[in-house]
Design a protein. Structure first.
Length: 161
């Protein structure tokens, strides 16, 4: 079952690239007491994710902050080394928290996994964007097609703020 607006995020653990290497971060550590714009991509470096989805959130980072968002985060079913390299390549640095969901545990827990095996990608996350306040989903925009980044764009999520 897909998570809905008004529901609390399930407990899960992501891996993030820290100064000493990969470090675990729980949903509680990331979302408790914060207003977070979270977006998910099927995979780092894939065309739509790399050229359209991530850049939109980077471009509008100040707009999110101006509207009371404490943190912008991106999750993908990739390992933390890939997400670290992607953050470096795109100039994200530490502006957006990159959350590696390497086994798709979080994607499955919220019902937003996608089987992209036919394209050689295996199980990934569906593309979406959500506003989370203190661990509770307040807005959720899910794409119908993995190659589209319209509903889940930064511009569309900003309309929910």
């Amino acid at each position: 079952m897909t998570i809905s607006v008004g529901e609390r995020l399930p407990e899960a653990t992501f891996m993030v690239m820290g100064s000493e290497g990969p470090e675990p971060k729980t949903t509680n550590e990331i979302f408790a007491g914060k207003r977070v714009a979270l977006f998910a991509v099927p995979g780092a470096f894939t065309p739509t994710c790399h050229q359209k989805h991530l850049p939109g959130f980077l471009t509008h980072l100040d707009d999110f902050k101006a509207r009371g968002v404490d943190l912008v985060a991106c999750t993908a079913v990739n390992d933390p080394f890939v997400l670290g390299a992607w953050a470096k390549e795109t100039g994200v640095g530490d502006k957006i928290l990159m959350l590696a969901d390497g086994n798709a545990d979080f994607a499955r827990a919220i019902g937003l996994e996608a089987d992209l095996s036919q394209a050689g990608l295996g199980v990934r996350s569906r593309r979406y964007a959500m506003l989370v306040e203190d661990g509770v989903v307040r807005a959720l925009n899910i794409e119908d097609v993995p190659s589209s980044a319209e509903k889940s764009s930064a511009e569309e999520l900003l309309k929910a703020l």
